[in-house]
Ligand binder design. Structure first.
Ligand SMILES: [Zn+2]
Length: 80
């Protein structure tokens, strides 16, 4: 229909405060919020890789001890 107006402000992903695009800490309202957000991502990455290394989890997958469906592009068709 009509052209969209570009919003001059967005919300800070961390605290939800309004942030202007021209702000130097955009899209965060402050440098502090930026670091908090980065910290969340770092912690999330650790949480993702942690359970995979857990032997109990691998055992539960089939006892073979190797994860299946992990972007397998190693060898060809191997039997046994
Ligand atoms: Zn904020």
């Amino acid at each position: 229909m009509a052209r969209k107006k570009k919003p001059g402000v967005l919300r800070c992903p961390t605290c939800g405060a309004l942030v202007r695009i021209e702000d130097e800490d955009f899209p965060f309202c402050t440098d502090r919020c930026r670091k908090i957000d980065l910290g969340k991502w770092a912690m999330g990455a650790y949480k993702i890789s942690s359970p995979v290394l857990d032997p109990e989890v691998l055992e539960d997958l089939g006892g073979a001890g190797r994860p299946r469906g992990s972007s397998g592009s190693g060898g060809g068709a191997d039997a046994n």
